[in-house]
Design a protein around this ligand. Structure first.
Ligand code: AP5
Ligand code: MG
Ligand code: ZN
Length: 217
């Protein structure tokens, strides 16, 4: 199965992708995570991407298309994958269509996670993740069961993203509305767009997504 999770920054793409990955055995491909790893490692891609990411602007299509083209060639993508944060422009969506056509694969569904802009700032500024296993948390909405200890791996080290501040969030939202929202009519026209209410609580959103995925098989 090939799934796209589409939604603005803070919509819950990463949170739900981790859950679908576990339940469906599909590998999560997050271009944001891949780019942050490249920045941390100081690779050529990371050097090119860093300033765009810090400003809350999209990295060039050429860079992200190259990253995804290489990644979906790997063995663990053979049984399908879940795209989180890609595509984000019509050019990226068209490039993905071409990559899949060459491999004789097709997109099963695009799930739009609809969330009001006003809710996104709080979600993003309250977000943190485990520095060891990348499990996501939130200061108010999703705390670890034991304060300061990761539920998943027991680590006591957590981190916050450099772009999770109020100023950068507004640029990221602008980029979403200007460059990514046009993908909604693009996929609607193909008849594969499904919408879930991302304002609901986290477990409820998971249930809505499971219902969509269940209706496909
Ligand atoms: P990326 O890492 O993709 O960031 P993003 O799209 O801005 O999305 P986020 O990761 O911020 O949000 P999310 O939807 O994953 O939310 P989460 O589940 O964490 O991209 C970062 C940057 O990389 C971009 O700005 C760009 O520069 C570059 N980039 C990446 N891909 C690119 C591409 N294809 N092309 C060009 N450039 C690219 O949830 C957020 C918080 O809310 C968490 O704390 C969570 O616990 C909480 N939460 C989640 N769901 C709920 C809920 N239902 N109710 C209450 N709280 C919730
Ligand atoms: Mg994310
Ligand atoms: Zn952990």
């Amino acid at each position: 199965m090939i799934i796209i999770l589409l939604g603005p920054p803070g919509a819950g793409k990463g949170t739900q992708a981790q859950r679908i990955e576990t339940k469906q055995g599909l590998v999560q491909l997050s271009t944001g995570d891949m780019l942050r790893a490249a920045v941390a490692a100081g690779t050529e891609v990371g050097k090119k991407a860093k300033a765009f990411m810090e400003a809350g602007k999209l990295v060039t299509d050429e860079i992200v298309i190259g990253i995804i083209a290489d990644r979906i060639d790997e063995d663990d993508c053979k049984n399908g994958f879940l795209l989180d944060g890609f595509p984000r422009t019509v050019a990226q969506a068209e490039a993905l269509d071409n990559m899949l056509a060459r491999k004789d694969l097709k997109l099963d569904v695009v799930i739009e996670m609809k969330v009001d802009d006003a809710a996104l700032v709080d979600r993003i500024t309250g977000r943190y993740t485990c520095a060891n296993c990348n499990q996501g948390y939130h200061d108010v909405n999703l705390k670890p069961k034991v304060d300061g200890v990761c539920d998943n791996c027991g680590s006591t080290n957590f981190k916050r993203r450099a772009d999770d501040n109020r100023e950068t969030v507004s640029s990221r939202l602008e980029a979403y509305h200007a460059q990514t929202a046009p993908l909604l009519p693009y996929y609607k026209a193909k008849g594969i767009l499904k919408v879930v209410d991302g304002m609901a609580d986290i477990d409820d959103v998971t249930a809505q997504i499971n219902e969509v995925l269940g209706s496909l098989s």
